[in-house]
Ligand binder design. Structure first.
Ligand SMILES: Nc1ncnc2c1ncn2[C@@H]1O[C@H](COP(=O)(O)OP(=O)(O)OP(=O)(O)O)[C@@H](O)[C@H]1O
Length: 215
């Protein structure tokens, strides 16, 4: 088991959005997180990524017990969240993809080969000279995935990765998921997309009335 969080809760005022006895993920697996609108899928991913507060009685990460609050550095380094509507800086596509590496102290020249590799991986090399503000929804999603992949996260949290895509853009995005797994990442996707939910080997998690159902 890669990650286990005991008694993971999110309370919003008087409302308990979720209260999970145990949330556990294995290494190198794909999970889909389903649930009706407002069930708390995005919030759960954001709490897992440390982007908003949550409560837990304890965490075990790669066999090591940790406290969940303040959000542990080991998780910060290993978990990347990709927003449903990724925001790109208006500099350049390559600059966006290299952003996380530079934030981790990698010099621009050193990051360049990894950025080039990530662009090839995500099929966005032809966008090298494009204005990030003018990319299509599918292109933005692939740039955002490349920006995450380049960091080689142990755990990748994708929030509705195909929600705004159809046709080839959606298929291109879906085709990248097995490659993420092959690279050893665990992937959790919040989604309603039947093709993602039906992908071979995908474990289903359903958030319902603040509890997690496994199927
Ligand atoms: N900071 C907050 N303060 C108050 N309410 C919040 C906050 N964050 C989320 N919520 C509420 O919590 C609920 C769950 O929201 P969330 O976005 O996690 O749902 P979701 O399952 O991802 O839904 P969707 O499928 O529509 O994206 C919603 O009712 C939302 O309004």
């Amino acid at each position: 088991m890669m990650l286990r969080i005991d008694r993971l809760r999110k309370v919003l005022g008087a409302r308990v959005l979720f209260d999970l006895e145990a949330f556990a993920l294995d290494a190198g697996r794909a999970y889909v997180l389903t649930g009706i609108n407002g069930a708390g899928k995005s919030t759960l991913l954001r709490v897992l990524a440390g982007l908003e507060p949550g409560e837990a009685s304890g965490v075990t990460w790669q066999g090591q017990p940790l406290a969940f609050s303040p959000y542990p550095q080991a998780l910060r380094a290993a978990i990347v969240y990709v927003h449903q509507h990724p925001v790109l800086f208006s500099t350049s596509v390559a600059d966006n993809i290299g952003y996380g590496l530079r934030a981790r102290g990698v010099a621009r020249a050193q990051a360049a080969p990894a950025v080039a590799q990530a662009m090839a991986w995500a099929g966005v090399e032809h966008l090298r000279g494009s204005d990030p503000a003018r990319l299509s929804g599918g292109e933005v999603q692939r740039v955002a995935l490349a920006r995450a992949w380049v960091l080689r996260p142990a755990l990748l949290l994708l929030d509705e990765p195909t929600a705004n895509l159809d046709g080839p853009a959606r298929e291109q995005l879906i085709a990248l998921i097995p490659a993420l797994l092959a690279a050893g990442s665990t992937v959790v996707m919040a989604c309603h997309d039947r093709d993602l939910i039906g992908m071979p080997g995908v474990q289903r998690l359903k958030l319902r009335d603040g509890k997690l159902e496994t199927k």
